[in-house]
Design a protein around this ligand. Structure first.
Ligand SMILES: [Zn+2]
Length: 304
C-alpha cells in the first residue's frame, strides 16, 4: 500500500492507494497554520489513522509547498512560511520510524498525471498548476526531475517572456521581483486584469462564464490571458520539448484554453510544427496527493 500526504497551507490530505491506483482510504484535516510542531503531529497522526483504517502499513510520500534544500536539508520556498528553515526531512522519518520521500507539490501533481492521469505513457511531461499561484513540475520517463537546486519546473517566477506595452516592468511579486509569470497567469492575476480593464470583481471561473455569455471585456481579458500563457509555455517547449503539458488548478477548468493556447504558441516555438499536447488534469485536485503516494513506486520502478 502507498500512502500519500499533501501538506497544504490550509488542509492536509492523506490517501492510501493500492498497486493498481485504486483509492483505499482518503482523509482530510485542517492544517495547523503557523505551527511547525503541530504540523508534525498532524501528519504523523494522519498516517497512523490511515494505516489503522486500511489495516496495513504503507510506504509514505509527502508533497510539500516549496522544497527541501539539497544544500541544507531544510525547507525553502514554501508559501506556508512556518515550514521554512525547518528540518522536515529529518523529523518526519524519525517520528514515523521509516524512510519518507518528499517532493514539491507541483512535482507530485506532474508525477500523478504522468503515472496514471492525462499524460499516461508520455515520456516528457510538464505539469502546471494555475491556481492561486503558478507552480510547475517536470517528469521525464516516469520520474520527477528534481534538479541541482531542487527547483526544476519552477517557471512562475521567471519574467513573462516578450513583454508588450503595459506588461513591463509588470506588477510587483512577493518574491521581490516584478513582472513574474505568476503575476499574469495565476487565477487572482486574471481577475485583476479584468478588473483593471474596467470589469467587475469576478473570479477566473466567472470571467470565463461571462465571456461565454457575450461580455466583451471578459472575452478580451481571456484572450490576453491565453496569449500570455502561450508565450510562457512556448519558452518551456523550447527548453524541455515536452510531449504533454498538463494544466491543473482553478484556471485549468476554463475549456477554451485547450483550443486557443496551442493555436497561439506556435509563434513562440522554434519549430515548424508543434506536436506538444495541452491537456487538462485527469485527477483534478486529487493529483497532488496521488503523486505523493506514487513517489516510492516511481523510484522503485527505476531502480529495477
Ligand atoms: Zn515572483
Amino acid at each position: 500500500m502507498r500512502i500519500g500526504i499533501d501538506l497544504g497551507g490550509t488542509k492536509i490530505e492523506g490517501i492510501a492507494i493500492a498497486a493498481d491506483g485504486r483509492e483505499v482510504v482518503r482523509r482530510r484535516i485542517a492544517a495547523p497554520r503557523g505551527d511547525y510542531r503541530q504540523t508534525l503531529d498532524a501528519v504523523t497522526g494522519l498516517v497512523l489513522d490511515i494505516e489503522r483504517e486500511a489495516g496495513t502499513q504503507g510506504s509514505v510520500g509527502i508533497g510539500i509547498p516549496g522544497t527541501i534544500s539539497p544544500a541544507t536539508g531544510l525547507v525553502k520556498n514554501a508559501n506556508s512560511t512556518w515550514l521554512i528553515g525547518q528540518p522536515l526531512g529529518d523529523d518526519l522519518p524519525r517520528l514515523l520510524a521509516r524512510p519518507v520521500r518528499f517532493a514539491n507539490d507541483a512535482n507530485c501533481f506532474a508525477l500523478s498525471e504522468a503515472t496514471d492521469g492525462a499524460a499516461t505513457g508520455a515520456s516528457t511531461v510538464f505539469g502546471v498548476i494555475v491556481g492561486t499561484g503558478c507552480g510547475g513540475g517536470v517528469v521525464v520517463g516516469g520520474r520527477i526531475l528534481v534538479g541541482a537546486n531542487a527547483i526544476a519546473g519552477e517557471w512562475g517566477h521567471n519574467p513573462l517572456p516578450g513583454p508588450r506595452d503595459g506588461e513591463s516592468p509588470g506588477p510587483p511579486c512577493y518574491c521581490g521581483r516584478r513582472g513574474c509569470i505568476e503575476q499574469f497567469l495565476s487565477g487572482p492575476a486574471l481577475a485583476r486584469d479584468y478588473r483593471d480593464a474596467g470589469g467587475g470583481d469576478l473570479s477566473a471561473a466567472e470571467i470565463a462564464a461571462s465571456a461565454a455569455a457575450g461580455d466583451t471585456l471578459a472575452d478580451r481579458a481571456l484572450t490576453r490571458y491565453e496569449e500570455r500563457l502561450a508565450r510562457a509555455l512556448g519558452s518551456i517547449i523550447n527548453v524541455i520539448d515536452p510531449d504533454v503539458i498538463v494544466l491543473g488548478g482553478g484556471v485549468s477548468n476554463i475549456d477554451r484554453l485547450y483550443d486557443r493556447v496551442p493555436r497561439c504558441w506556435s509563434s513562440y516555438v522554434f519549430s515548424d510544427r508543434v506536436a506538444t499536447r495541452l491537456v487538462r488534469a485527469k485527477h483534478g485536485d486529487a493529483s497532488g496527493v496521488r503523486g505523493a503516494a506514487w513517489l516510492w513506486e516511481s523510484e522503485e520502478r527505476h531502480a529495477q
